[in-house]
Ligand binder design. Sequence first.
Ligand SMILES: Nc1nc2c(ncn2[C@@H]2O[C@H](COP(=O)(O)OP(=O)(O)OP(=O)(O)O)[C@@H](O)[C@H]2O)c(=O)[nH]1
Ligand SMILES: [Mg+2]
Length: 602
Amino acid sequence: MHALTGTDPDRLKEEKRRGITIELGFADVELSPKDVVSFVDVPGHERFVRHMVAGASGIEAVLLVVALDQGVQPQTREHLEICSLLGLRHGLVALTKKDLVDDELAEVVALEVRDLLAGTFLEDAPMIPVSAKTGEGIDALRGALSNLPHAQAADSAVTVPRLPVDRSFVLRGFGTVVTGTMTGPGFREGDEVEVLPGGKRARIRGLQVHHRKVASAAGGRRTACNLQGVECEDVPRGSVLCRPDTLRPTTRFWAAVRLLPHAPRRLAAGGPVRLHHGTADYPARFRTLGESDGVLRAVVFSATPVPLVAGDRIVLRRPAPVDTIGGGLVVDAHPPHPRHAAAADFAESASQLDRAALVRLRRAGAAGLQIGEFARLLGAPRAALERCLGTLRGEGEAVEVGGRWFAAATWQAVVVATIGSLENFHRDRPLKLGIDREGLRAKAAKGFPQEAWRALLDTLASEDTIELRGDQVCLAGHEVVLDAGRDEELQRIEQAFLNAGLTPPQPKEVAPGPSGAELVGLLVARGALVKLHDGKVFHAAALEELRRKLWEFAKQSPRIDVGAFKELAGLTRKHAIPLLEHLDAENTTRRVGNKREILPPR
Ligand SMILES: Nc1nc2c(ncn2[C@@H]2O[C@H](COP(=O)(O)OP(=O)(O)OP(=O)(O)O)[C@@H](O)[C@H]2O)c(=O)[nH]1
Ligand SMILES: [Mg+2]
């Protein structure tokens, strides 16, 4: 490491004394002024694999080191397995201590290593013999390093920025500093961040990449964050920094898990495991829901909430004897109950944002998803999610109403149910002109949010599928058809109210029985009669006449008290008050103290 970077990453006294790496170390290689490679040096010793997993999380490529005088060690295998499980795709192999072996032995070890790498992501990786002592091969190693593809992970745009912390310390004059390998689109100076777990808030006072102050740190970069507002102890290794409210940690998630050949199968039935994610590890269990092509569909349970998102990598180790048993890809951070888990759902909801978004929309059903909560569930940046939903809308897969999204299939189902319910209603209640909006929602669209319901009715009305008459909804063109006898009855009832003026009868006196009530309802729906809150029914013409009198009165005096109103309407106080309240409600009058101001006609 020193020969390549000029830095000895072993910082601890104990590391210096024992000559081994225990903790993560950090060093940079400047290949050119514009091309700096950051190294996370991890311990090789089998007792510190836990640290190795933490160090390897988020890296883009691996430099696998095998000493030529020792050859492949058990931990070489385990490190390679872990790198594979973490989804690494690029890397190099350095065969060190070339000065200690002859060419023939070097050749043998190289073959042994090639064997080990067969079938892995390092199968075709450059393998370079080097000597730290003589400097042989170091330039070739630098050359191979600069040829490594170190483009940013393409999926960094579809997850929210996170910094899994691998070190935290106090720097004199600065305060709390944490470091880690940035994932997602990155942080900017001044950003407010949330520390998970715990949810403490802090502000990023400064950012450094490669020991240089920067305004923003991109995904994949080794990043140091100077934090304001939290103590060093609040942000230990294993914590995750993210923007506030962008991510909902989970205790139960789906993962596509590959078990290593030697892993005991019984662990897949709920046995205890150590779940490694980012720089943290948690006690967990996992259970297999199914298997295809050697990949387990697993549900993982963690005792504490894990800030992960679909597409993240996990490693599973067993606690005793300590050993890596498998790992893989998070498929869904907030899955439905296993009872509702279809294999297709599992495969479909895999890490691609558009698929994941659509699966989740379908699952949300009539309740739909508000964009903010949607983004948190997926751990996706809002802008990326909105782009992706825009595409889905273009493809006819998603519908947006007032910031809430629905699967197009759900929306269609509600439309069909609404029309069906209206048809049934008209058939069963032939004397009713329509049904009130809330009554229809309860029948056809239970759980459908208020705003979306309004929008759906408006859409159907604008397409001339339904008609909205005040609070009532009916199919477009629907009219109540009455036989001659009924029609006569209807006219008789209306006439009775018209004759009674402002002292109307009880509806059931003139229209007895359930059909009488429906006929009165029909007259109300048609606007001939008006029903007050207290159940009293007036003829619309009687109320219009009263309004006219009020406006006439207003020419003398803009205000009227209850006494004058009683006289004007020819009513007792008991009857006058509900009527005044009705006039207030429809804005003919406005209550001012004990009087009413008469508002001009609209
Ligand atoms: N002769 C010779 N000695 C080497 C070479 N590279 C490393 N060493 C020595 O080998 C010992 C171990 O080297 P490290 O670089 O600490 O090995 P490591 O892989 O980091 O070991 P851990 O991190 O503890 O797993 C040290 O004493 C080094 O001086 C080399 O190319 N030639
Ligand atoms: Mg070391």
